[in-house]
Ligand binder design. Structure first.
Ligand code: PRP
Ligand code: URA
Length: 207
């Protein structure tokens, strides 16, 4: 399935504020909320619909409603930062959580927490994480969510590296990948260049 890079003017403007090293935690989070709403709008544009019979004040009509339940899955921790914005746009979404932590030496991710609503197999699962670096965390999260029954999965990340895109395309060709932007490369520590640093630390004020 294709990878989409949004390259949206307003998202790029807000992302530049987030990237700046002196941007404070609160401003970082505010801009992430706003970007999440814009990304939610973009990624839901072509969701499947079913007909719904309603009556307007003027006459009966066949309207539309979403065909499938949406389950939003943030990859802990940093993925939590995208949840509020997505929920503003998709208030009926249920939320699952998966905790993946990269071992900073090996860069290999490990699952340390998972909790999902029922119905993964019939839902549209939107996994969110601000950063797609090596791709290891997202790829392992997708593998683990597929093992729990999910079939229709999209991965939404803010900043991607070419290495991460390649891993997702190779490991999960059935998963639609949506990025706000594609950066240049990874550095020797597995950080995205130019990137925005450690998204979890900047979001939660840890270091
Ligand atoms: C960050 C980020 C992604 C992962 C990306 O999480 O939020 O989940 O790294 O890197 P990868 O593509 O090379 O796997 P991290 O492991 O730092 O955990 P955190 O969100 O708790 O800070
Ligand atoms: N995780 C982050 O938070 N930032 C990066 O640049 C890479 C992985």
């Amino acid at each position: 399935m294709a990878t989409t890079i949004l390259n949206h003017a307003l998202i790029d403007h807000k992302l530049t504020i987030m990237r700046e090293k002196d941007t404070k935690t609160i401003v970082f989070k505010d801009n992430l909320d706003e970007i999440a709403m814009l990304m939610a709008y973009e990624v839901t544009k072509e969701l499947p619909l079913v007909d719904k019979e309603i009556v307007t004040p003027i006459c009966p009509m066949i309207g539309k409603e979403l065909k499938k339940q949406i389950i939003l899955v943030p990859i802990l921790r940093a993925g939590i930062g995208l949840v509020d914005g997505f929920r503003r746009i998709i208030p009926t979404a249920k939320i699952g959580h998966i905790g993946m932590a990269r071992n900073e030496d090996t860069l290999i991710p490990e699952e340390y927490y998972a909790k999902f609503p029922s119905g993964l197999e019939d839902s549209i699962v939107i996994i969110v994480d601000p950063m797609l670096a090596t791709g290891g965390s997202a790829s392992a999260a997708i593998t683990n969510i597929k093992a729990r029954g999910a079939k229709d999965i999209r991965l939404v990340c803010l900043v991607g590296a070419p290495e991460g895109v390649k891993m997702i395309e190779e490991d999960h060709p059935d998963v639609e990948l949506i990025l706000a932007t594609l950066d240049e490369k990874l550095n020797e520590h597995g950080y995205i260049v130019p990137g925005l640093g450690d998204a979890g630390d900047r979001l939660f004020g840890t270091d």
